[in-house]
Design a protein around this ligand. Sequence first.
Ligand code: ATP
Length: 347
Amino acid sequence: MARVRLEGIEKRFGRTRVLKGVDLEVQDREFLVLLGPSGCGKTTLLRIVAGLEWPDRGRVFLGEREVTSLPPRARGLAMVFQNYAVFPHLTVRENIAFGLRMRRYPEGIVREKVGRAAELLRIGELLDRYPAQLSGGQRQRVAVARALAVEPEVLLMDEPLSNLDALLRLELRAELKRLLKETGVTTVYVTHDQMEAMGMADRIAVMREGEIVQYGPPLEVYQKPVDTFVGGFLGHPPMNFLPLGPEEASFLLGDRREVLVGVRPEDLQVFQEEIPGGVPGRVLVVEPLGPHQLVTLEAWGQALKATVPSSLSLEPGNPVWLRISKESLRLFDPRTGRALLEVGRAP
Ligand SMILES: Nc1ncnc2c1ncn2[C@@H]1O[C@H](COP(=O)(O)OP(=O)(O)OP(=O)(O)O)[C@@H](O)[C@H]1O
């Protein structure tokens, strides 16, 4: 198994700077997710790790080995992409065996490794079928089995679940997580789906416009976003942002300064009776989601989202009172969007 280390990776396509000096370290056996909006450079970074693309500047290490100028096959890694890259003219068995045959393993070993990979992915009964006879989910399992069969030190995955329907994604997400923990392979996984990132990652690297803006365990990134971009990108629905003038800030925070307050929809407490210190608001829209409801409210002169228990019977137009615990607030600089110190924490 191996660490992946990137140092100062820069890449341009024509005049566009796609990667602007990325440093990243993925620990041995870690499941790292590169998360970010479309076009931020995730795939380019992954392709540079794979050796399918060369950086203009910077270095790539796998373990202690520098591989910056090595071709893909010399790097000891395997890849799975979104468009189930399986060969249509080969059976599942031959697809899984492909990488092993390229490495010239003896037939007995090929059979054994194919069997083990098929068992891990629970596709043992599909070995004699052709890809056209498989569902999308099964095809993607074959692609993963083929990647894992060669026992790579590092597994690179680019949106491997994005072509699947929602239910299958959920199922395969959990299975992949189990599987990759079981095999212990170091994984770099690209997605723009924040639920996938939150659910699967040991650590998330959030990318924006060719840079990594935050890197840490999912909950830390969720609870302590370094700026409004990360706060707005993670969470569904995203964090609410309230621009407060000195007067309002003093009322809510006991501190006179202009700030941008970030509050997660689940941290906005909604009451139907007036409560001491509660901020008055009005219900605009109610969306029942089963265990809870998503409520759009007007308060502090702007629209906010709150997730509240379904037991509250709310209708558009209802008056409500809001409370936010100080611990759940995040403060941001209204000019730069950067996070400020937490409320109530000594500087
Ligand atoms: N071969 C190429 N030639 C020119 N521009 C490219 C090339 N590959 C990528 N780009 C550009 O580089 C930028 C980053 O692309 P990249 O595919 O890495 O982003 P991404 O974050 O993976 O996006 P997505 O989630 O949409 O796949 C985009 O603006 C894209 O148009």
